[in-house]
Design a protein around this ligand. Structure first.
Ligand code: ZN
Ligand code: ZN
Ligand code: FE
Length: 737
C-alpha cells in the first residue's frame, strides 16, 4: 500500500541515511541522521502516511552507527512479501481525479486511472504474493510509460499493481441487452445519453455490476423496481458531489467526512428535499442512502449532464451481485436495456458498504467494499479460527495471530449463488492471507446453510448461540474480556432451548453466558410467513393477552383471524419466540402501521419514523414476571396498555413514541436489576434492532446518565453482518481454556 516508497521519499526528503524493508513482523526502517532529523521523521511519519496504510504500533530502538551513504529500499524476498497486508478497494484519489480531467494528461478521461493511493485491490487479487501476475491485471502488460512509473520509487505509481493507461490497460465498451456491441465513439457519452432517455444500464464497477437509472425519471425507477423484484425498499443514489448531496439530504460534518472518505460508502441520511427526484426512490421513508462517485468511470458518468443516478447492486432481489460480463448478460438481460462493460476481471464480489450516524458516530450497517478485508485487531495472538456467520446478511471471518479478517457482505444464504459465493470467499481469504483454521465456529441453528456446511468439514466444531455471538462481537470490538451485561435486541436467533430468541438480557463473557431476562415467548403462527405479514404476529400476541375474543381494533377489522388462532391453539407451525424484532412488528401492525412488508424490517422502520424522532412523555414500565433464574417481560401487559391507547384514539405517532419510551424505561430497569444482583456495570448493546436510531440513542443516553459503562458497535454492524466476529471471539475463548 505504498508504505515503503513513502518511507523512502520521506527519509530522502529529510536527508536521512538508511533503509526500509518488509519483514514478516512488519516494515523495518533503519535511519541515521541528526536528532532534529529524527524528530522530523517521527512527526511526519504519523502525519503523512499514505491513505491506505494503518500504523498499528511502532517499536523503536537505538542501533550502532553504520556506514550507509544513502537511503535505499531493500527488495523483499519470499516469506516477507507474503505477509504484506492486502488493502481494500478504495475511491479515486484527488491527484488521479485531477489527471482524469486534465486534457494534457496522458490518462485524460481514462476510466481506469489509479495509483498507489487509490483503486482496486481486494477484488482483483487472485493469489499471493500481491503482484501483478497474480491479479486480474495480468492480461495487461505495462507499456513503457507505465513501466517507468511502476519502477520509480519516487513516482506515485511505484508498484501500483493496477497501474494502467489507455495504451496498455483495460477498455470499456457498450452492448445492448443481447450482448451486441454498439458501434459508438464514446461509450460513456452514449451511456449518459441512454440514461437521460430513461434506459436501465448495467454498469460494471469495482466490486460488481450496478443497475443505474436517471434518478429524476419516475418511469425508469418504476421499471427498475419491477425488473429487480424490489417493490418498495429505497434505492441508493450516487450524487455528483457534496454540494449536490447537501441539497438532497441533511449532512453534518461527520457525515460529509464519511461520504468523501476513501471507503466511499453508502450513507443513510435524512431526506431534505426530493423535489427534482422521482418520488418512488424511497416511498414512505424519511431516510435515503447516498454515495459519491468512487471510480473514475463514475466521475466521468456524473460529469456534465447527469447529477444524480439510482445505483443499485445488479442482482435479483437478495441474490449476490453480478461480476462477470457473461454472467451479467445472462442474469441481467431481462433487467437492463444496455450494458457498459470492461475487460478488467473482478475476482471477488464486493457490494457497496453502508453506514449511518447514530449517537454522533458513523457506524457500519453493511461492512463491505472499502473496508473488507481490513483486519480487526485482537488483544492477543492465538490460533487460526474460521467463523461461518449466520444466515441473513452473512459474512464470514478468519483469524490469524492477532488479526481477524471479516469478509465483505455475502448476503442472505438462501440460494445457490449466495452459497457458492460464501464458499469462494472463504477459500479466497484462506488463500490470500495464508490461513489454515484449526477450529470452525458456527451458529446453533441446524437449518442454516453455513451450519450445514461447517458440519461437513473435517475440522473440530464449536456451535455458538446467536445472541452470545452478538454480545461477543461487541466485546471484541471494544477490547473487553470481563463479564458484561448484554442487551441483545434482535430479529431471529436459535436458542439453546430450541425456541427462537431475540429479545435477550444476557450476562456473559467469551466463555459463556446466562440468560437473565427476555420477552415472554410468543407463538409465531406460520413461522417465516408471519414475518412477512406483521398483523398475524399482532393477532398472536393479542390472542395470548386476551384469549379467543380479540379486542376490536381498527387494524384487525376485515382480517380473517380464525385460521391464525386455530394454528396457535393446535400448535401447528407456530414456533415460540422472544424476539424484539417480532414485538416491533406486532405493535407496528396493531397501531395501524404496515400490515404486510415488502422488505426486511419495513414495519419496524416505518413505525420508528412515525415517532418523528421524539419519545414524548407517555410511557409504561412493562411488568416483569419473576421466574427462578430469570425475568420475563410480560407481553400481556404490553398488549393491554397498547390496546387501551389505541381505543382512546391515539395516533400512530403517539403510539410509536409511547412504545419506544416504554422499551427504554423497561430496559434500563432490567439493567439496574442485573447490576444490583451482580455488581457488573459494563454493558454492551448489540443485535439488529439497535439499528433503530430512536431506541438506540434514547437507551444509550439514559444508561450513560445512570452510570453504566456502555459499549456499542463502531467497526462492525450490530446486525448479523457482525456475527462472525463474535463467533471468532468465542472460539478464541474456547481454545484458550
Ligand atoms: Zn490515485
Ligand atoms: Zn500504459
Ligand atoms: Fe442476529
Amino acid at each position: 500500500m505504498g508504505f515503503r516508497p513513502f518511507i523512502y521519499n520521506l527519509a530522502r526528503d529529510i536527508g536521512l541515511r538508511g533503509s526500509v524493508s518488509n519483514t514478516s513482523e512488519g516494515v523495518k526502517v533503519k535511519i541515521q541522521g541528526s536528532s532534529a532529523q529524527h524528530a522530523e521523521f517521527d512527526q511526519r511519519l504519523g502525519l503523512e502516511a499514505p491513505p491506505l496504510s494503518t500504523i498499528i504500533s511502532i517499536d523503536a530502538e537505538d542501533i550502532p552507527l553504520s556506514d550507509d551513504t544513502e537511503f535505499i529500499i531493500i527488495p523483499s524476498a519470499g516469506q516477507a512479501a507474503v505477509s504484506t497486508l492486502i488493502a481494500p478497494d478504495v475511491a479515486l484519489c484527488e491527484d488521479c481525479r485531477q489527471e482524469l480531467f486534465d486534457p494534457g494528461d496522458r490518462r485524460f478521461h481514462y476510466p481506469f486511472i489509479n495509483c498507489t493511493n487509490c483503486g482496486p485491490r481486494y477484488t482483483i487479487i487472485e493469489n499471493i504474493p500481491y503482484d501483478r501476475p497474480f491479479t486480474s491485471m495480468k492480461d495487461f502488460p505495462l507499456c513503457q510509460d507505465c513501466k517507468t512509473e511502476y519502477e520509480d520509487p519516487e513516482d506515485r505509481r511505484f508498484h501500483a499493481q493496477p497501474n494502467a493507461c489507455p495504451v496498455c490497460g483495460p477498455q470499456i465498451w457498450l452492448t445492448d441487452a443481447s450482448g451486441m456491441r454498439q458501434d459508438v465513439d464514446d461509450p460513456i457519452l452514449k451511456t449518459v445519453q441512454l440514461l437521460t432517455e430513461g434506459k436501465i444500464l448495467a454498469i460494471k464497477g469495482l466490486g460488481g455490476f450496478h443497475l443505474a437509472v436517471d434518478a429524476g425519471n419516475e418511469t425508469a425507477v418504476a421499471t427498475l423496481r419491477i425488473a429487480k423484484g424490489r417493490a418498495e425498499k429505497p434505492f441508493a443514489l450516487m450524487i455528483r458531489d457534496l454540494e449536490m448531496a447537501h441539497q438532497i439530504v441533511q449532512l453534518d460534518p461527520a457525515e460529509e467526512q464519511a461520504l468523501s472518505s476513501i471507503q466511499a460508502p453508502i450513507l443513510l441520511a435524512s431526506i431534505k428535499d426530493l423535489t427534482d427526484l422521482a418520488p418512488n426512490i424511497a416511498p414512505g421513508n424519511d431516510r435515503l442512502g447516498i454515495m459519491l462517485p468512487y471510480t473514475p468511470l463514475h466521475h466521468l458518468l456524473l460529469n456534465d449532464t447527469l447529477s444524480v443516478l439510482v445505483m443499485t447492486s445488479a442482482n435479483f432481489s437478495e441474490e449476490p451481485i453480478c461480476i462477470d460480463n457473461d454472467e451479467a448478460l445472462e442474469r441481467l438481460s431481462g433487467m437492463a436495456d444496455y450494458f457498459l462493460l470492461h475487460d478488467r476481471d473482478i475476482y471477488l464480489r464486493s457490494d457497496d458498504s453502508v453506514v449511518t450516524e447514530m449517537a454522533g458516530e458513523i457506524r457500519p450497517i453493511r461492512r463491505s467494499r472499502g473496508s473488507a478485508p481490513r483486519p480487526i485487531f485482537l488483544k492477543n495472538k492465538g490460533p487460526a479460527i474460521l467463523a461461518v456467520g449466520g444466515e441473513l446478511k452473512n459474512t464470514i471471518a478468519l483469524s490469524k495471530d492477532d488479526q481477524v479478517f471479516l469478509s465483505q457482505h455475502i448476503g442472505d444464504l438462501e440460494n445457490l449463488e449466495a452459497y457458492e459465493f460464501f464458499q469462494m470467499t472463504m477459500e479466497h481469504i484462506k488463500r490470500i492471507f495464508e490461513i489454515e483454521p484449526e477450529l470452525i465456529v458456527h451458529d446453533l441453528h441446524p437449518e442454516y446453510l453455513a451450519t450445514k456446511w461447517a458440519r461437513e468439514q473435517d475440522l473440530p466444531l464449536l456451535g455458538v448461540q446467536h445472541h452470545h455471538a452478538h454480545l461477543a462481537a461487541c466485546m471484541l470490538e471494544n477490547g473487553l474480556d470481563e463479564p458484561v451485561i448484554g442487551i441483545i435486541m434482535d430479529g431471529t436467533g436459535f436458542g439453546t432451548d430450541g425456541t427462537i430468541w431475540g429479545g435477550e438480557f444476557l450476562i456473559g463473557d467469551l466463555h459463556g453466558f446466562q440468560r437473565k431476562a427476555f420477552f415472554e415467548p410468543m407463538p409465531l403462527p406460520g413461522g417465516e410467513a408471519a414475518i412477512r405479514a406483521p398483523w398475524r404476529i399482532g393477532a398472536s400476541y393479542l390472542h395470548h393477552s386476551y384469549g379467543v375474543e380479540l379486542p376490536a381494533i381498527p387494524a384487525l377489522l376485515n382480517k380473517d383471524l380464525t385460521p391464525i388462532i386455530q394454528m396457535i391453539e393446535q400448535g401447528l407451525n407456530s414456533p415460540l419466540t422472544s424476539s424484539c424484532g417480532r414485538l416491533f412488528d406486532a405493535v407496528a401492525a396493531l397501531s395501524g402501521g404496515r400490515q404486510e412488508i415488502r422488505y426486511e424490517a419495513q414495519a419496524a422502520i416505518e413505525f420508528m419514523q412515525a415517532a418523528h424522532n421524539e419519545l414524548g412523555l407517555d410511557f409504561t414500565n412493562f411488568d416483569l414476571l419473576k421466574h427462578e433464574n430469570h425475568h420475563a417481560i410480560s407481553i400481556s401487559h404490553i398488549m393491554h396498555e397498547l390496546v387501551r391507547r389505541i381505543n382512546s384514539g391515539k395516533s400512530i405517532t403517539a403510539l410509536s413514541q409511547w412504545f419506544h419510551h416504554s422499551l427504554i424505561k423497561t430496559f434500563v430497569h432490567i439493567a439496574e436489576l442485573l447490576r444490583n444482583d451482580t455488581g457488573i456495570a459494563k454493558l454492551v448493546l448489540s443485535g439488529g434492532v439497535f439499528q433503530n436510531q430512536l431506541l438506540f440513542e434514547g437507551l444509550l443516553q439514559v444508561l450513560e446518565r445512570d452510570q453504566f459503562e456502555v459499549y456499542t458497535h463502531g467497526q462492525v454492524p450490530s446486525n448479523d453482518g457482525g456475527l462472525a466476529l463474535g463467533q471468532i471471539a468465542i472460539g478464541r475463548g474456547f481454545l484458550s481454556f
